[in-house]
Design a protein around this ligand. Structure first.
Ligand code: MYA
Length: 380
């Protein structure tokens, strides 16, 4: 397959033999890329309620759908605020395209700062997310313009590397992970076609999935601001064993993991000195059900396993305790990828394989293929 755009970009075009940067631009233009005359660049001020709402509407109407167009991600405005205002974020990296005459937000892309440890090299980079173009403007080569303009804005800050994930396969992923799902609300998952089950099996399966084993002696509580230092320590230690993992500051640990209702849920297990021995988190990302037959089924509430750090508690007990809370928090299904140590609990905790795959990419950095179990990177 030929890639008119990606073949021109500093990304590996084939097999990687040597690891490291691909190019450093000598001059970074201070002028934004030109857009067709009826469009203009805009910085989406997500602290402004109206602008946050317009971003929410663009994404909830046009962002990622599954292959059969049954579900579309529905990131809540509070989630977007959390994901985009990380420590040291820059507002000029919340980049949109508006229609000049109406002011309508038609496209978006975001970069956020991210320090990543890649095979023991710490690289100060950005992660790219929320690339979205209104469906009426698709296939007009606007995506390359958005990507080049965000690249320019990131380069202007002296940053030349980025990481991103995508369902599609473009030049050239360094890893690929598979999605797994742990049904909780079987009835709703079947009614919304998330799960296919013969009608006579629904009741019995509901019973099986609804009863999550109680892990004896495991007492988990919500993370609080007093736990930040402890979580920082055990998470840093735990992530170090993976080939690709973020390097979090204390401030980032506080931002990413202190619980926010219906955005991120984080739990700790502590020893008798109140020191955190184990930590687990998941984020809340519902999907709109595009052909829901009942109003109560119009949204599917999914929890995505985020970062965790395990030392004293067996991982399956940690996950089962989290599943119990997720059920109490109204989650219909818990999803995870085949990364980190996830494969070690999938069958014990009744996760089944999905048909989605996620590709992991680095921009302007050559990296030999990395096994999914060596990747500890979760982009929302
Ligand atoms: S992944 C989520 C992506 N969003 C969606 O899937 C939402 C629904 N879809 C859309 O809104 C549109 O279909 C999008 C493409 C916007 C995706 N990543 O304008 P076009 C290439 C990278 O005619 P459209 C996420 O957010 C495609 O291969 N490239 O296409 C991470 C082709 O190039 P080539 C993609 O369908 C994003 C060209 O675009 C993607 O109208 C990371 C066609 O352009 C994709 N997901 O719009 C972005 N989809 O001919 C890269 C299509 O060469 C960041 N394309 O094959 C790179 C680092 C930048 C910063 C660097 C700093 C140092």
């Amino acid at each position: 397959m030929t890639h008119r755009f990606w073949s021109t970009q500093p990304v590996p075009q084939g097999e990687v033999s040597e690891e490291g940067p691909i190019s450093i631009p000598s001059i970074v233009s201070t002028n934004p890329l030109p857009l067709p005359p009826s469009f203009e660049w805009t910085v989406v001020d997500i602290h402004n309620e109206q602008q946050l709402q317009s971003l929410y509407e663009l994404l909830s109407n046009h962002y990622v759908e599954d292959d059969d167009s049954c579900f579309r991600f529905n990131y809540s405005p509070q989630f977007l605020l959390w994901a985009l205002t990380v420590p040291n974020y820059l507002s000029q990296w919340h980049l949109g395209v508006r229609k000049k005459d109406t002011g309508e937000l038609l496209a978006f892309i975001a970069a956020i700062p991210q320090n990543l440890n890649v095979n023991s090299q710490i690289i100060s980079m950005v992660s790219i997310n929320f690339l979205c173009i209104n469906s009426i403007l698709r296939s007009k080569r606007l995506a390359p313009v958005l990507i080049k303009e965000i690249t320019r804005r990131v380069n202007l800050e002296g940053i030349f590397q980025a990481t991103y994930t995508a369902g599609i396969n473009i030049p050239t992923p360094f890893s690929e992970a598979q999605y797994f799902h742990r049904p909780i609300n079987i009835k709703k998952l079947v009614e919304t076609d998330f799960l296919m089950l013969p009608a006579d099996k629904v009741r019995i399966k509901h019973k099986i999935y609804n009863s999550i084993p109680v892990s004896q002696g495991v007492s988990m509580r919500a993370m609080t601001s007093n736990d930040v230092d402890s979580v920082f320590e055990i998470l840093t230690q735990y992530l170090a064993k993976f080939a690709v993992h973020p390097v979090f500051s204390r401030e980032e640990v506080a931002h990413y993991f202190l619980p926010r209702p219906r955005v991120v849920s984080s739990f700790v297990i502590v020893d008798s000195q109140d020191h955190v021995t184990d930590f687990i988190s998941y984020y809340h990302l519902p999907s709109s059900v595009l052909r829901a037959e009942k109003e109560e089924n119009s949204m599917l509430y999914a929890g995505y396993i985020y970062y965790y750090a395990q030392s004293k508690t067996p991982i399956k007990d940690l996950i089962n305790s989290m599943l119990t809370v997720a059920r109490e928090e109204g989650i219909d299904v818990v999803n995870c990828l085949s990364i980190m140590d996830n494969q070690s609990f999938l069958s014990d905790c009744m996760f089944g394989p999905g048909d989605g795959n996620l590709h992991y990419y680095l921009f302007n950095w050559k990296l030999k293929p990395v096994k999914d179990t060596q990747v500890a990177l979760v982009l929302q």
